[in-house]
Design a binder for this molecule. Structure first.
Ligand code: ATP
Ligand code: MG
Length: 582
């Protein structure tokens, strides 16, 4: 068997899962974010796949397999050819036809349903595949955690109405829970960002791990949990009495940072208006400057902010660009800006200097009706004090602030705190987002054509290998749960030159196979210590070691997790392994 274990980890490997999957001979990197699966890696992958398949089939889903190469025209129709940005790998064939390597398959699956599902009588339907995906990620890293080519289970359900879709969404949540439980994972189901669609129709499955790239907000009092991109909080209470001040323009020479202003005015940042300027990028290369206003005590949550204006992405904007748009960096504030921009044609301009152009403004919900605030005067070195933001009640408001540790839970009021997670699954209530533009309809009971109401459900199959190791390892190597281990046990022959040891090893190996244990025989002509190091690095759940004590009729059973060893008779060892892995 090809098991090329290594002493050294790759230079760029920092996570235990990355280090041990490479050193253990599971995977080999062929290009940035592209991996080969070697025999051990393929075995784990197949076991993960099998669990996913078994549970989905049990749940009534049907497996299909769609092309990895997808026609660009479908992506144009859905509007994602542009929207997906640089992650989408576009290419042409010899006849100049345009294609995309599938990063996800909504368009393709909708196209399939459009062809073959015509009537409400054929609904509901849940189709899935376990297939390669390609996303030209900006920063492929952490081994299988964030690859460019990776294996995903992606499922899509089709329904006649919203209610039935929600039923299936909940059914998928239950099914996903079973899948991840079978893999022995410690995970949380969290409310997630649902983009411009909004609502509570998006949940992520997060494997808890310090190395996780996602920040999750969890409640210490109840089971509320949400991705920080979507987390809510109970309305915060002011930290102190509002500062008394008559509305006034105040000289604040060179003072523009929130902390400096707070010191200057002797107020909590709560009473300051923070302005965050961004450039929002839209389809077809369109973009605009957006000013986001929030309390000085809050920070901008960029995903919420992008959703608020329907942007594909927010990027930084330079001072020169702000000046060119008629803004005063460091001293921007919402009052005249919002008034002037919202003012009907011909209405008197509140203040001449504030004639800005091409700028959109959004205020955080937390500023609605805020009193006695301090904000930039849109004039160099000046701020306004005693500002009443109720005058802006017609302006655009959205939830923009990032939930902070210590904020109150939106459900029960207890304290919220942060934890880290690895996203291994995502379920999403799609509605008609794709069926409408792709004109995928069915005839309802009254013979009327209606677009399918859809749900979409993903699992990061190859990422799961990394997630499992992240949660199951020690300093020596991986510790696989039996359900996804490359082999459930290994029989190590201490000295292969010893005929008796070899024979006993083979006997145990056969006996374990008879009992249905997925077992490997290590009869390599290597030193005993080397083979045991490999066992610890690779992380099979059990090793049955045939060594010197064989003369007393004993073998040693080693549990990888506890590294506990016990001397047993051959029969006892076989029985114990068989029982433990079931
Ligand atoms: P992320 O936020 O981690 O980039 P995503 O939200 O883009 O993920 P989805 O589009 O929901 O991911 O894809 C479904 C699942 O595929 C994810 O839950 C994740 O487990 C997996 N996945 C996504 N991107 C990658 C990647 N680059 N490498 C490996 N697995 C991935
Ligand atoms: Mg996601």
């Amino acid at each position: 068997m090809l098991i090329p274990t290594l002493k050294e980890a790759p230079k760029d490997a920092v996570l235990p899962s990355h280090i041990f999957l490479v050193r253990g001979g599971f995977i080999y990197q062929v290009a940035s974010g592209v991996y080969d699966f070697l025999p051990l890696g393929k075995r784990v992958l197949d076991k993960v796949r099998a669990i996913v398949k078994e549970e989905l089939d049990r749940a009534g889903c049907q497996e299909v397999q769609l092309g990895f190469v997808t026609p660009a025209q479908l992506w144009r129709k859905s509007g994602r050819y542009e929207k997906y940005g640089a992650e989408l790998l576009r290419f042409k064939d010899r006849k100049e036809n345009e294609f995309v390597l599938g990063p996800t398959h909504e368009e393709m699956m909708v196209e399939l349903a459009k062809q073959f599902v015509n009537s409400y009588k054929q609904l509901p339907l849940n189709l899935y595949q376990i297939n390669l995906k390609f996303r030209d990620e900006a920063r492929p890293r952490f081994g299988l955690m964030r690859g460019r080519e990776f294996l995903m289970k992606d499922g899509y359900s089709f329904h006649a109405d919203e209610e039935d879709m929600v039923r299936e969404f909940n059914h998928m949540e239950t099914t996903y829970r079973r899948i991840f439980e079978r893999m022995g994972l410690d995970f949380r189901v969290v409310e997630a960002d649902s983009g411009a669609i909004g609502g509570e129709g998006s949940k992520e499955f997060m494997v808890l791990a310090d190395s996780g790239e996602d920040t999750i907000v969890v409640c210490e009092g109840c089971d509320y949990a949400a991705n920080i991109e979507a987390a809510k909080r109970a309305e915060p209470t002011p930290p102190e009495e509002a500062p008394e001040a008559d509305p006034n323009r105040f000289h604040t020479p060179g003072i523009s940072a929130i902390e400096d202003l707070a010191t200057f005015f002797f107020v909590d940042p709560w009473f300051l208006v923070k302005t965050v300027a961004k450039r929002a990028l839209y389809d077809e290369g369109k973009s605009e400057i957006v000013l986001f206003f929030l309390r000085g005590s809050d920070t901008l949550q960029e995903v919420k902010a992008a959703n608020a204006v329907g942007a594909n992405e927010l990027v930084d904007v330079s001072e020169e660009e702000l000046v060119a748009a008629g803004l005063v960096p460091g001293f921007m504030g919402p009052v005249e800006l919002v008034r002037n921009v919202n003012a009907p044609e011909g209405a008197p301009v509140y203040k001449e200097e504030a004639a800005v152009h091409g700028v959109t403004m959004v205020l955080d919900e937390g500023l609605r009706g805020a009193q006695k605030m301090i904000c930039g005067a849109n004039e160099k070195d000046y701020h306004y004090v005693g500002v009443n933001l109720a005058v802006l009640n017609d302006a655009r408001f959205a939830d923009l602030a990032q939930v902070q540790e210590g904020d109150a839970c939106p459900r029960c009021g207890a304290k919220l705190r942060y934890t880290k997670g690895i996203e291994v699954g995502h379920i999403f209530q799609l509605g008609t987002r794709y069926s409408e533009p792709l004109e995928a309809t069915f005839l309802d009971q009254n013979g009327k054509a209606r677009p399918f109401v859809m749900g979409t459900y993903g699992i990061g199959v190859s990422r799961l290998l990394a997630a499992v190791v992240e949660q199951n390892h020690d300093e020596k190597g991986a510790i696989w749960p039996a359900s996804v281990a490359p082999f459930e046990a290994v029989v190590v022959v201490g000295n292969v030159k010893d005929e008796a040891q070899r024979e006993a090893g083979e006997k145990i190996y056969e006996a374990l196979r008879q009992k249905g244990v997925d077992v490997l025989l290590d009869d390599r002509p290597e030193r005993f210590g080397f083979k045991m190091k490999d066992f610890e690095l690779i992380g099979f759940p059990y090793a049955v070691v045939v060594g010197k004590k064989l003369s007393e009729g004993k073998v040693e059973l080693v549990c990888r997790k506890s590294l506990a060893r016990e001397d047993l008779s051959l029969e006892e060892a076989v029985a114990k392994v068989a029982e433990s892995v079931r």
